[in-house]
Design a protein around this ligand. Structure first.
Ligand code: ATP
Length: 235
């Protein structure tokens, strides 16, 4: 479904991604693990069109999307839930969900999908009229994910959904990621919580200072001594 081929991404002189390649097959949950500043968010931003690779290519469903406008990429079925959630604080929960469908015109379908999001996240239904800025961190994460689902993505890019959440809530969010995946959405998940990420992923890539240094099935990485000591220890 997605094939990232040797991409290089820069911020000015900073070489943030160095020849990164990875694949995601339809139906998978693939996770990208790595410490702070490794380049994980940069990779997701490049996939969603916010950054342009200087070299290399990104093939998605058989066509190149490298450097395409964000809007075209959303239309093609890639939705990005950025780190830190970024909900529209002065709008209600429901207005945020409606905005997630901004490229769609099928009113009936949009209504049905809002109901589906409420089934997935009953907490959002209870709070549909509430201003999003007053939601808890976990509720904002749910809203950000719900809003991304409103674009009917085929591939969902999630950037650190567990960040700042209490363990029980992390578990709930990860259960929902699995549910979204079971209902047919492919997931690329960036996480610092490698334990949780590997527990739901099919495969994983480890990224360090802008390079993929290791990849394999989630089970292989969970069993790797290097991963155990570097990423699964204190988390
Ligand atoms: P974190 O989990 O801390 O967000 P990350 O793996 O997602 O880490 P990135 O945010 O992708 O890391 O950052 C990769 C590198 O690019 C870092 O060295 C970072 O300082 C640099 N970087 C990120 N954004 C910018 C920017 N807007 N301008 C300049 N450098 C940036």
């Amino acid at each position: 479904m997605l094939k990232v081929d040797q991409i290089d991404v820069y911020y000015g002189n900073i070489h943030a991604l160095k020849g990164v390649s990875l694949d995601v097959a339809e139906g998978e949950i693939v996770t990208l693990i790595g410490s702070n500043g490794a380049g994980k968010s940069t990779l997701l931003k490049t996939l969603s069109g916010l950054l342009k690779p200087k070299k290399g290519d990104i093939q998605y469903l058989g066509a190149s999307v490298a450097g395409k406008p964000v809007q075209d990429i959303v239309k093609a079925g890639i939705s990005h839930v950025p780190e830190g959630r970024r909900v529209f604080a002065n709008m209600s929960v429901e207005e945020n969900l409606e905005l997630g469908a901004y490229l769609r015109k099928d009113k009936q379908g949009i209504r049905e999908d809002i109901e589906k999001v409420y089934e997935l996240f009953p907490r959002l239904l209870e709070r549909r009229k509430q201003l999003s800025g007053t939601l808890s961190g976990g509720e904002q994460q749910m809203l950000a994910m719900g809003r991304a689902m409103m674009a009917r993505p085929k591939l969902l890019l999630l950037d650190e959904p567990s960040m700042g959440l209490a363990p029980l809530l992390v578990k709930a969010i990860f259960n929902i990621i699995e549910e979204i995946n079971r209902s047919g959405t492919t997931v690329l998940l960036v996480e610092q919580n490698a334990n949780m990420a590997l527990s739901i992923a099919n495969r994983a890539y480890v990224i360090e200072t802008g390079k993929v240094v290791l990849s394999g099935t989630a089970a292989e990485l969970q069993a790797s001594d290097k991963i155990k000591s570097a990423y699964l220890g204190g988390h």
